[in-house]
Design a protein around this ligand. Structure first.
Ligand code: DAV
Length: 372
């Protein structure tokens, strides 16, 4: 009996070692990660989904540059930051994989609509969701991102051949009827408006945060209830999917609102989240307020809120990659017992993301657990 048990433990260990895709949460030791690319990107075509997610100050310039290739100087500056980030990951012993450099600057169409251009392949966190041993292509709401996943197909094929479970959520049509063209920026205190309604199923992976058997999600300008319900039903009874109410007036992605750092601790933006208004299940967790962001605006356009400052990447329960100029955050994280690794990344922000957005953890060493 004892021998049989030992054998089965051994088998389990071997299985764990061989899993090519396996990530249950945001903090287990990171072994392999996909990091986005900045070359071949376009300024995202003007659309209500873009307007609903970007600062008002950027709207005029975004309309003007709509669909144009990203300017060279911008690409080069972002590339310098990206090189440093990749160097840090590799020096920490992590395998870094990259999407194919497929230019996103060409126009394309479907039977229902035309897009002036694609967007970029800088943020693998949005179009692919890893839940345990499964990698899921997500039904993104931005038309410009409709074929973005093609840049990841070679990797997906490789992971599949190596045994990963590979799924795609239903591809939405992204018909005109999905969008709320009348969207307006709500005044402070007014009810939220969303750029996407419930007529099709859509979600971005970055609207989900994974904590083992429980996932947290924000309803946003990219993720609707239809999308949340699809994922809930797809994952089944093994997982709980809980909604976090964001107070951002332009919500797009949970990772500038609610960022789990390790079991029992979550970093949050005090502008976007009220820790007294969270799902009951989180009551035992410690809510760590992110300090106000240091202004790092280096380009004329900003695609995101300043809370990209808290868009950190955990390499394990302690080591955390943070933007180098966010000194108040680095100080706080140190005080809270973490080991921040600073990296300049402000030039990358114009691509719409920081360390969490621009990565996709393919493998973290650990098993499926419940933390609540
Ligand atoms: O707060 O503007 C940025 C996007 C993060 N993936 C924000 C969300």
């Amino acid at each position: 009996m004892a021998t049989a048990e030992t054998e089965s433990t051994k088998q389990k260990e071997t299985k764990q070692k061989e899993l090519v895709v396996c990530s249950h949460n945001e903090w287990d030791p990171l072994e392999e990660v996909i990091v986005g690319r900045v070359s071949g990107g376009a300024v995202p075509p003007w659309h209500v989904t873009l307007q609903a997610a970007t600062p008002k100050e950027s709207w005029e310039l975004l309309k003007l540059l709509s669909g144009k290739p990203a300017p060279d100087a911008m690409v080069q500056a972002a590339q310098r930051d990206l090189d440093q980030f990749i160097h840090i990951l590799q020096s920490e012993g992590i395998t870094v994989r990259r999407p194919d450099p497929i230019p996103q600057t060409n126009p394309f169409s479907t039977p229902d609509w035309q897009a002036e251009s694609g967007y970029n392949v800088a943020n693998p966190r949005d179009g692919l969701l890893v839940v345990g041993e499964e990698i899921i292509e997500t039904p993104m709401a931005w038309r410009s991102r409709y074929f973005e996943v093609h840049a990841y197909r070679a990797l997906l094929h490789e992971y599949f051949q190596a045994g990963a479970q590979w799924t795609a959520a239903p591809k939405p049509q992204l018909a005109d009827s999905l969008y709320n063209e009348d969207w307006e920026l709500p005044e402070k205190g007014e009810p939220l408006q969303f750029a996407v309604n419930e007529s099709e199923c859509c979600f971005d992976a970055a609207d989900f945060a994974r904590c083992g058997r429980d996932l947290f999600v924000t309803r946003s300008n990219a993720t609707n209830q239809f999308g949340i319900e699809w994922l809930r039903r797809h994952l089944g009874e093994r997982y709980g999917v809980h909604e976090i109410k964001t107070q951002s007036r332009q919500p797009m992605h949970i990772d500038t609102t609610f960022v789990p750092l390790c079991p029992g601790k979550v970093l949050y933006s005090p502008d976007f989240l009220d820790p007294n208004n969270v799902p009951e299940i989180l009551k035992s967790w410690e809510f760590l307020p992110a300090p106000r962001p240091v202004n790092t605006m280096v380009q004329m356009i900003d695609l995101s809120s300043t809370w990209l400052s808290m868009n950190v990447l955990m390499l394990d329960e302690k080591r955390v990659v943070c933007e180098a100029s966010q000194e108040p955050l680095i100080e706080k994280l140190t005080e809270w017992g973490f080991e921040p690794i600073p990296c300049p990344y402000a030039n990358y922000y114009v691509y719409g993301g920081a360390f969490h957005c621009s990565t996709l953890d393919i493998r973290r060493r650990g098993s499926l657990q419940s933390y609540f």
